[in-house]
Design a protein around this ligand. Structure first.
Ligand code: LMR
Length: 400
C-alpha cells in the first residue's frame, strides 16, 4: 500500500540534532537547534520552574481535561506578559486568546483562522530569511506563502529600504509575519525608530501584522523591552495576531506551552472569534496539554517566582552575550582570522548568522564535529567557555 511513498528529507533544524546524536566524537558540538544550555553544555531547567513543580505537587491538583482553549490563568498571564498591563485592548477585553501547542501550534492555529476568515487575502508574506518551519506551517494552514526583503547579505544587517519597499508594494490588506524580537535565524532586529516607521507603513497600507514572539526576554534580557515592537503596534491601533512561546524563555521546550491571541474590535467580536478558535482546535487535538501551562501559570502568577524567573531570563541572555564576546575575541585575537566578525556581537538573541556557506558548514561538521544548520546559523546557547576556542579554531580553519 505504501510502496510509492517517497522518502522525505530530514528536518533542516531538528534533523541536525539526530545527526549530532549519532556522532561519537567527544569534541562534538550541537549548534543546530535553538535550545539553551548552561556553561557545562547541559540542558537547563530554570529554578523558578523547579519550584513551580514543587508547588504543583504539593497542591495535589487533578488531571482533568482542560477546556478547548486551555488554562485560563495561563492564557491571561501570558497576555499580560506580552501586551503589558496598560494595554487598552487587554483592559477592554477585546483580545481573543487560546492556549496552543507552543509557538508552532500558535502559528498553525493563527494560519488556519486567517485562512478561514480573513476576508482580504490568502497570502502571507514572510521575511527572507525566516525560521525554517514558517513556510510549511502556513502552507499546511491553507495559505499561500510569499516573501519580503529583510536581511542584507552585503551589510550583514537589516535591508530596511527593501523591507519598506515590499511593504508599500504589497496589495492593501496583505498579511505580514513579523518576528517580534530576536529574529530567527539572523539575529538582526529593526531599531525602535525603524519599528515605528514599519508600523506607520503597515497602517497606511492597512496590512495585517502577525507577530511571532518566540524569544521574549532573549533579545535584551528584559521581557518588557523585548515587547517594544508588539506594544507599539498595538498602541498604534493595529489589530495584530500573536503567536507566543514559553519554550525558550521559560525553558519549557518539551512541555509545549504557548498561546495564540488576536485583537478584535469589541468584547462581542472577541466572543465570536473565541468560538471559532475552539471549533478549529477541537478536531485537531481536542484540548491542549496541562502540565506546561500549569507550570507557566504558577511562575507568572506568583510574584516571587515571577521575579526569580525574570532574573533567570536575564542570566540566560547574559551568558549568550558573553559567548558572543568570547567567540569574536578568539577569532580576531587568538586564531588571527582576517574576516570581520563584528556581526557576532552586533546580532542579538539566541542565534548568530555566521555567513558560513553551505560548503563550509559541511566541512566544519565533517572535520570538526560542529553541527549547525545549512544556512550558517549557530545557536550561541550551544557554546560554553570550555569549547568556544575550539569553535573559533574550527570556524577559522574552514573560512581561511
Ligand atoms: C530553532 O529555530 O532552532 C527552534 O525554534 C527550534 C525548532 O523547533 O526549530
Amino acid at each position: 500500500t505504501w510502496a510509492n511513498v517517497p522518502q522525505g528529507p530530514a528536518d533542516p533544524i531538528l534533523g541536525i540534532t539526530e545527526a549530532f546524536k549519532a556522532d561519537n566524537d567527544p569534541k562534538k558540538m550541537n549548534l543546530g537547534v535553538g535550545a539553551y544550555r548552561d556553561d557545562s553544555g547541559k540542558p537547563y531547567v530554570l529554578s523558578a520552574v523547579r519550584k513551580a513543580e514543587q508547588l504543583i505537587l504539593q497542591d495535589k491538583l487533578d488531571k482533568e481535561y482542560l477546556p478547548i482553549n486551555g488554562l485560563a490563568s495561563f492564557t491571561q498571564s501570558a497576555a499580560l506578559l506580552a501586551y503589558g498591563k496598560d494595554s487598552i485592548p487587554l483592559i477592554e477585553k477585546r483580545i481573543a486568546a487560546t492556549q496552543s501547542i507552543s509557538g508552532t501550534g500558535a502559528l498553525r492555529i493563527g494560519g488556519t483562522f486567517i485562512s478561514r476568515f480573513y476576508p482580504h487575502a490568502k497570502k502571507i508574506y514572510l521575511p527572507t530569511p525566516t525560521w525554517g518551519n514558517h513556510n510549511a506551517v502556513f502552507k499546511d494552514s491553507g495559505l499561500e506563502v510569499a516573501s519580503y526583503r529583510y536581511f542584507d547579505k552585503s551589510t550583514i544587517g537589516l535591508d530596511f529600504k527593501g523591507l519598506l519597499e515590499d511593504l508599500k508594494n504589497a496589495p492593501k490588506h496583505s498579511i505580514f509575519l513579523l518576528h517580534a524580537c530576536a529574529h530567527n535565524p539572523t539575529g538582526v532586529d529593526p531599531t525602535r525608530e525603524q519599528w515605528d516607521e514599519i508600523s506607520n507603513i503597515i497602517k497606511e497600507q492597512e496590512h495585517f501584522p502577525f507577530f511571532d514572539m518566540a524569544y521574549q526576554g532573549f533579545a535584551s534580557g528584559d521581557t518588557n523591552r523585548d515587547a517594544y515592537a508588539l506594544r507599539k503596534f498595538v498602541s498604534d491601533g493595529h489589530h495584530i495576531a500573536l503567536a507566543q512561546s514559553f519554550a525558550k524563555n521559560m525553558g519549557l521546550y518539551g512541555e509545549r506551552a504557548g498561546t495564540f491571541s488576536i485583537i478584535t474590535s469589541s468584547p462581542q467580536e472577541k466572543t465570536v472569534v473565541d468560538s471559532q478558535l475552539k471549533i478549529l482546535i477541537r478536531p485537531m487535538y481536542s484540548n491542549p496539554p496541562l502540565n506546561g501551562a500549569r507550570i507557566a501559570s504558577y511562575v507568572l502568577g506568583n510574584s516571587e517566582l515571577n521575579q526569580e524567573w525574570l532574573s533567570e531570563v536575564k542570566l540566560m541572555a547574559d551568558r549568550i552575550i558573553t559567548m558572543r564576546d568570547k567567540l569574536k575575541n578568539h577569532l580576531v585575537n587568538d586564531v588571527g582570522s582576517k574576516h570581520p566578525w563584528n556581526h557576532i556581537t552586533d546580532q542579538i538573541g539566541m542565534f548568530c548568522f555566521t555567513g558560513l556557506t553551505p560548503q563550509q558548514v559541511e566541512r566544519i561538521t565533517k572535520e570538526f564535529h560542529v553541527y549547525l544548520t545549512k544556512d550558517g546559523r549557530i545557536s550561541l546557547a550551544g557554546i560554553s567557555s570550555h569549547n568556544v576556542k575550539y569553535l573559533a579554531e574550527a570556524i577559522h580553519e574552514v573560512t581561511r
